[in-house]
Design a protein around this ligand. Structure first.
Ligand SMILES: Nc1ncnc2c1ncn2[C@@H]1O[C@H](COP(=O)(O)OP(=O)(O)OP(=O)(O)O)[C@@H](O)[C@H]1O
Ligand SMILES: [Mg+2]
Length: 204
């Protein structure tokens, strides 16, 4: 449910410490690494593996994982197109706040709709702090992995509106990073992301 805003007498209250100050303290930029892909493509696995590497490099990080957020902040939302849109709208806003906090946030949501990912990206106002990572893997391979047995439940008709089976997935057209998890290992995928972050001076 989206509540329309009726009060426009709202002003952003700036504090004395700005994003640039926090980034200087952290020694890196506040960025979002937005993982998108089919269920079981590897978003959560890669976000966790990458976070470990970033932590060892003394980066401040936090993972926003779809399954975790749906147990709390977004527990009122289901899987209809409208609820999926609201799911991503909220997490786009949280990611934006975390960028402002100077943290490297790793977002691992299926985020199946291009327009919703664009809405999340647009909050960064083109400042280069939103990095979309397409976790690409053929649905047949994802289905053989199925660590949560969700494809099995979707095939049995227990789970409705399941992305890749009975609900659409719109692949990114121009992701900053395109991974193929059916070809590259977890550590090779992590190395590719680190190389991108180093090559573009996001981390030292
Ligand atoms: N190169 C790879 N990268 C990531 N995961 C891989 C790779 N190769 C195999 N896997 C396996 O694929 C599975 C991916 O599951 P994971 O829960 O990370 O997917 P997910 O994209 O987060 O799915 P969901 O949308 O359901 O949360 C894991 O069991 C992982 O070990
Ligand atoms: Mg996951």
């Amino acid at each position: 449910m989206v509540v329309e805003q009726t009060n426009f007498d709202l002003y952003w209250h700036h504090s004395q410490i700005r994003r640039a100050d926090r980034e200087r303290l952290n020694g890196h930029r506040g960025i979002t690494l937005w993982f998108t892909g089919l269920p079981s493509s590897g978003k959560s696995t890669l976000a966790a593996a990458l976070e470990t590497v970033l932590y060892e490099r003394k980066c401040r990080t936090y993972i926003l994982d779809g399954d975790n957020i749906r147990q709390g902040l977004n527990r009122d939302l289901g899987f209809s197109p409208a609820d999926r849109m609201e799911n991503i709208r909220r997490i786009g806003e949280v990611a934006n706040l975390l960028r402002d906090s100077g943290i490297i946030n790793l977002v691992a949501f299926i985020s199946p709709y291009r327009s919703d990912r664009k809405t999340a990206r647009d909050l960064s106002k083109g400042d280069g702090s939103f990095i979309e990572i397409f976790v690409d893997c053929p649905v047949e391979i994802c289905e053989t992995r199925d660590p949560k047995q969700l494809y099995k439940k979707a095939r049995a008709g227990v789970l409705k509106e399941f992305t890749g089976i009975s609900a659409p997935y719109e692949p990114p057209e121009n992701p900053e990073i395109h991974l193929h998890t059916d070809v590259d290992s977890i550590s090779q995928c992590v190395d590719k992301i680190i190389a991108y972050l180093e090559g573009n001076y996001y981390i030292k």
